[in-house]
Design a protein around this ligand. Structure first.
Ligand code: GAR
Length: 206
């Protein structure tokens, strides 16, 4: 059984999609702990509703990024976590965290990487950029997390059509419904089955 630790900052709909998929069965994993970067994140209520251990660890309460990341890593290591799932987590992680969980941290990004990604591209900003560029197709990407923001090995992607009358909000909703909530649980399942192999930065599904 793969023990998941989730990092969240907001509404937690991706966390919910993973929890629901696990409840349905067929995924050999459980969410053991949820850590939010912010107080009041609705994702924490979702954890509480399922009786999952949860807490808030804020970057601003630490002297520097290294100390913050060490505290986060310790929290998950103390709980014997196998896989870290970033589910709408709005803090960029550095080597002090990433090296502790090499190839065991995954993230969802609301665009087809390498489009509309990297620093500054998060949440609604991603969809604003897609609309500004006039793309007709966007989507979501699940990838492993490496030191370079949004540049780790890609696990799954799913495309979503852009409509002429889309606003950032309507596009965000469609990308979530049609792509994010589908491919994130799927990626967790593949990881839990040990089917993800990384060679030269490329993921192959066994
Ligand atoms: C999701 O759209 C997720 O892809 C995005 O934030 C939203 C969080 O929603 N993540 C990023 O932009 C990360 N760069 P949720 O809290 O309801 O899952």
């Amino acid at each position: 059984m793969v023990k998941i630790g989730a990092l969240v900052s907001g509404g937690g709909t991706n966390l919910q999609a993973i929890l629901d998929a696990i409840d349905k069965g067929g995924i050999n994993a459980e969410v053991r702990a949820v850590v939010s970067s912010k107080e009041g994140a609705y994702a924490l209520e979702r954890a509480k509703a399922k009786g999952i251990e949860n807490t808030v660890i804020r970057k601003k309460d630490f002297e520097n990024a290294g100390d913050y990341e060490k505290a986060l890593a310790k929290y998950f290591k103390d709980r014997d976590i196998d896989l870290i799932v970033l589910a709408g987590f709005m803090v960029i992680l550095g080597p002090d965290f990433i090296n502790e969980f090499e190839n065991r941290i995954i993230n969802i990004h609301p665009a087809l990487i390498p489009s509309f990604c990297g620093e500054g591209y998060y949440g609604l900003h991603v969809h604003e950029a897609a609309l500004k560029a006039g793309v007709k197709v966007t989507g979501a990407t699940v990838h492993f997390v490496t030191a370079e923001c949004d540049a780790g090995p890609i696990i799954l992607q799913k495309a979503v059509d852009v409509m002429d009358d889309d606003t950032p909000e309507t596009l965000q909703r469609r990308v979530m419904e049609q792509a994010e909530w589908v491919i994130y649980p799927e990626a967790v399942k593949l990881f839990a089955e040990g089917r993800l192999e990384i060679t030269d930065g490329i993921v192959k599904r066994r």
